[in-house]
Design a binder for this molecule. Structure first.
Ligand code: UD1
Ligand code: CA
Length: 458
C-alpha cells in the first residue's frame, strides 16, 4: 500500500523575527526541516512532498535531494489550502502522513505507528494533553470517539477547557484526504482553510477517526520563536547526553553543558569537561579526556589522548586525527588534514594544517606547521613556522626523524631537513639541510664596545 509523506513548510514564522525561513533554523546543527526529512527517510514512502512558500527558493535549495519533491503554496491560506496544493500529486490509494517542517523531533516510531493505524482506511490524529492548551486546536470527543477539531480562536469557552490538543500530525487515507480538502471553506475566525475541518467530514462519512495520544511532549513541540527553539535544543541535547552516558558510560562533567551537533562515537572511560561542542562526526577512543571549552569537529581522537582546555579541532571535509596518548593544548588549533601520530605533543598557540606528525613529535609553543611531513621525535621550537605559501601556491616541508628545530625559525617551503639535523634558533632556512648537519642562517652577533645608549632630549 503506497505511503506518501507531506511536510508543510510554507508558513512565514513571523515570531522568529528572522530573514531566514523558519524551517531552516538549526537545532543541533541541522535545520528543523532536515530533522523531519532524515526521520521520514526510514519510512519507505513512495514520495516525500515538501510544501514551500515563504522563502521557497532558499528552502528548496537547502534540503533538495533524491525522493524529495517540492510543491509551492502561494499565497498561504492555511493548512487546508496547503494540502489542496499537493492533492493532485497524491495517488488514489494508500495513506498520506502529514507532518510540519517546524516540528523537528517527531520520531520514526511514532510516525510509523500512525501510518500503521491508518492502513489507508482510517483518519489518525496524533494528540497530546497540554496543561496550557492555549492556541492549539482542541480534540472534541463524544465518549471515546473523536468528533472534530476546533481551533482555539473558534472555540467556545467550554471547548477551551479541553486539554487534549491536535499536534499538527496526522495520517489519512489518500483518496479521502483529496476529496475532503476539496470541500473546505474558510468561513472561520481566521479566514483560513483549516485542514483540521476534515475530521468532522470523516465523521460525517462514517470513516473511522482514531486519536493516538502521545505522552512525549518533546516529540511534538513545534518551533515558533527563538525561545522555543532554544528550549527544544536544550531538551534534545539533554536526551543525547543521557543516551551517551547510559549506553557508553561517557562521563560528562555536566550533561547540561554539553553540545553535540552531529554524531559522537566514544569508547570506554571517556571524560568530557564542561562547555565542549562536538560537530560533524567525532570519534573518541578509550580513555580520551577532553578539557573544558574545546570545540571539535570531524575528528578522530585515539585512545588515551588528552585534549586540554580551549582546544579547537576542525577537520572539515578532510578530517583530522590525533594519535594514541597524544597531548594537545591548551589553546591548540588543529585544521583539516592534521594527522598526529601517537604521543605527539601540541602545545599552546600551535596551529597544524594538512601535516603529518610521526610518533613522539613535539611542537609545544606558538608555532605553525602547514603542509609538512614531520618525522618521529622531532622537536619543533617555539615561534617556528613553515612558510608554505608563496602567494600563489602551497609547498611542502619535510622534516626527518629526530630533527631539532630551534626557536623562531622560518622554513621556506619547498624544503627538506634531513634526519637528525639541527636548525639554529632564529634561522630562515631556504636551502636543504643534510642529515645530521647544523644549519644556522641569521645575522651574526656583533659586540660594540663602549656604546652609549641615547638619552631623552630636554
Ligand atoms: C495547527 C493546527 C492546530 C494544531 C497546531 C499544532 C490547523 C488549522 N491547526 O495550527 O489544530 O493544534 O497546528 O501546532 O491546521 N503552513 C503552511 N501553509 C499555510 C499555513 C501553515 O504550509 O498556509 C504550515 C506552517 O509552515 C507550519 C504548519 O503548516 O509548518 C502549521 O501551521 P501553523 O500556522 O503553525 O498552524 P497553527 O495555527 O499552529
Ligand atoms: Ca504552529
Amino acid at each position: 500500500m503506497p505511503l506518501n509523506i507531506v511536510i508543510m513548510a510554507a508558513g512565514k514564522g513571523t515570531r522568529m523575527k528572522s530573514t531566514l525561513p523558519k524551517v531552516l533554523h538549526k537545532l543541533a546543527g541541522r535545520s528543523l526541516l532536515r530533522h523531519v526529512l532524515d526521520t521520514t527517510a526510514e519510512l519507505g514512502a513512495q514520495q516525500r512532498l515538501v510544501i514551500t512558500g515563504h522563502g521557497a527558493e532558499q528552502v528548496e535549495a537547502a534540503v533538495g535531494g533524491p525522493g524529495i519533491a517540492f510543491v509551492r503554496q502561494m499565497p498561504q491560506l492555511g493548512t487546508g489550502h496547503a494540502i489542496q496544493q499537493v492533492a493532485p500529486h497524491l495517488p488514489d490509494s494508500g495513506s498520506t502522513l502529514i507532518l510540519s517542517g517546524d516540528t523537528p523531533l517527531i520520531s520514526a516510531a511514532t510516525t510509523g505507528q500512525l501510518v500503521e493505524a491508518c492502513g489507508g482506511e482510517r483518519l489518525v490524529l496524533l494528540t497530546i494533553d497540554y496543561s496550557d492548551p492555549t492556541g492549539y486546536g482542541r480534540i472534541l470527543r463524544d465518549g471515546e470517539a473523536v468528533k472534530a477539531i476546533v481551533e482555539h480562536k473558534d472555540a467556545s469557552p467550554e471547548q477551551r477547557q479541553i486539554r487534549e490538543c491536535y499536534t499538527g500530525i496526522m495520517a489519512a487515507p489518500s483518496a479521502a484526504l483529496k476529496r475532503w480538502v476539496g470541500q473546505l471553506s474558510n468561513n472561520n475566525a481566521q479566514g483560513e482553510y483549516y485542514l483540521t475541518d476534515i475530521v468532522a467530514m470523516a465523521v460525517a462519512e462514517g470513516v473511522p477517526v482514531v486519536g493516538v495520544k502521545t505522552a512525549n511532549e518533546t516529540e511534538v513541540l513545534g518551533i515558533n520563536s527563538p525561545l522555543q527553539l532554544a528550549d527544544l535544543e536544550r531538551r534534545f541535547q539533554r536526551r543525547q547526553a543521557e543516551g551517551l552516558m547510559e549506553q557508553h558510560g561517557l562521563r560528562l562533567a555536566d550533561p547540561a553543558r554539553f553540545d553535540l551537533r552531529g554524531s559522537l562515537v566514544c569508547g570506554q572511560d571517556v571524560e568530557i569537561d564542561v562547555g565542549c561542542v562536538f560537530e560533524g562526526r567525532v570519534e573518541l577512543g578509550d580513555g580520551v579526556r577532553i578539557g573544558a571549552y574545546s570545540v571539535i569537529r570531524n575528528a578522530r581522537i585515539a585512545a588515551g589522548a588528552r585534549i586540554h582546555e580551549f582546544t579547537h579541532i576542525d577537520g572539515e571535509a578532510q578530517g583530522a586525527s590525533v594519535g594514541a596518548g597524544a597531548l594537545i593544548g591548551p589553546f591548540a588549533r588543529l585544521r583539516p588534514g592534521a594527522e598526529l601520530g601517537a604521543e605527539v605533543h601540541i602545545g599552546n598557540f600551535v596551529e597544524v594544517k594538512n601535516s603529518t606528525l610521526a610518533k613522539g613529535a613535539k611542537a609545544n609553543h606558538l608555532a605553525y606547521l602547514g603542509d609538512a611531513t614531520v618525522g618521529e621525535r622531532v622537536n619543533y621550537g617555539a615561534g617556528s613556522i613553515t612558510a608554505n605559501y608563496d602567494g600563489a601556491n602551497k609547498h611542502r616541508t619535510v622534516i626527518g626523524a629526530d630533527v631539532h628545530v630551534g626557536s623562531n625559525c622560518v622554513l621556506v617551503a619547498p624544503i627538506e631537513i634531513g634526519a637528525g639535523a639541527t636548525v639554529g634558533g632564529g634561522s630562515t632556512i631556504t636551502k636543504p639541510v643534510e642529515p645530521g648537519e647544523l644549519a644556522v642562517a641569521r645575522g651574526k652577533q656583533v659586540a660594540i664596545k663602549g656604546w652609549v645608549r641615547p638619552t631623552k632630549k630636554r
